[in-house]
Design a protein around this ligand. Structure first.
Ligand code: GAR
Length: 201
């Protein structure tokens, strides 16, 4: 049995897909949804799905290691960042090395880094006139969007696409691929999970 915690700051459409995908899975369970925002819709979503919601304060997250204790108590094996906008502190990166992934709405290393989230990314893609964009699922390290990539999927950007059109295309890719990629990672033995070259596509 693998226990997943999802960290999310906002709406939680990816979290919703992941909850739905694993709902009847006998081996993988979404146990906890953590948000840095008290009123994030993703927390209500968790509650409606019978999953424990948790609000994280900045002080507790960065100045203590209580989050690690909370995860240990719940026997969490894997962390999924689904639109979580805070940098992960070193103690948590170390404890979940090779067992924490993030989804980014672009083809990293393009359009990554601080401030590059949500519509900011799609506006930058549009401004650059790129002919394609996509998603990257990657391991998490101590810097924004720099961990080893596990998976990428691409979509065409038409010259007439608005940033909202691009966002829509990218979201479709996220919803299609994120949960199955998590499932594949969890099916790998631990030593393989820690070696990104084993699952690059
Ligand atoms: C997703 O598009 C995800 O890729 C992005 O936030 C969105 C969350 O949407 N994450 C980043 O930009 C991280 N840099 P959701 O709340 O509907 O799942």
């Amino acid at each position: 049995m693998a226990n997943i915690a999802i960290f999310a700051s906002g709406t939680g459409t990816n979290a919703a897909k992941i909850m739905e995908y694993f709902r009847d899975n006998p081996n993988i369970k979404v146990c906890l949804v953590v948000s840095n925002k008290e009123n994030a819709p993703v927390l209500g979503l968790a509650q409606r799905n019978g999953i424990e919601p948790m609000v994280l304060s900045r002080a507790a997250f960065y100045e203590t290691e209580t989050m690690l204790d909370e995860l240990k108590v719940r026997e969490i094996d894997f962390i999924v960042l689904a639109g979580f906008l805070w940098l992960i502190p070193p103690y948590l990166v170390r404890a979940f090395e090779g067992k924490m992934v993030n989804i980014h709405p672009a083809l990293l290393p393009k359009y990554g880094g601080k401030g590059m989230y949500g519509m900011n990314v799609h506006r930058a893609v549009k401004a650059a006139g790129d002919a394609e964009t996509g998603i990257t699922i990657h391991y998490v390290n101590e810097r924004f969007d720099e961990g080893d990539a596990v998976f990428q999927a691409r979509c065409v950007v038409d010259p007439n696409d608005s940033p909202e059109d691009i966002a829509h295309k990218v979201q479709k890719l996220e919803h299609k691929h994120f949960a199955p990629v998590i499932e594949r990672l969890l099916a790998m033995p631990d030593h393989q999970q820690n070696n990104p070259s084993n699952h690059k596509k």
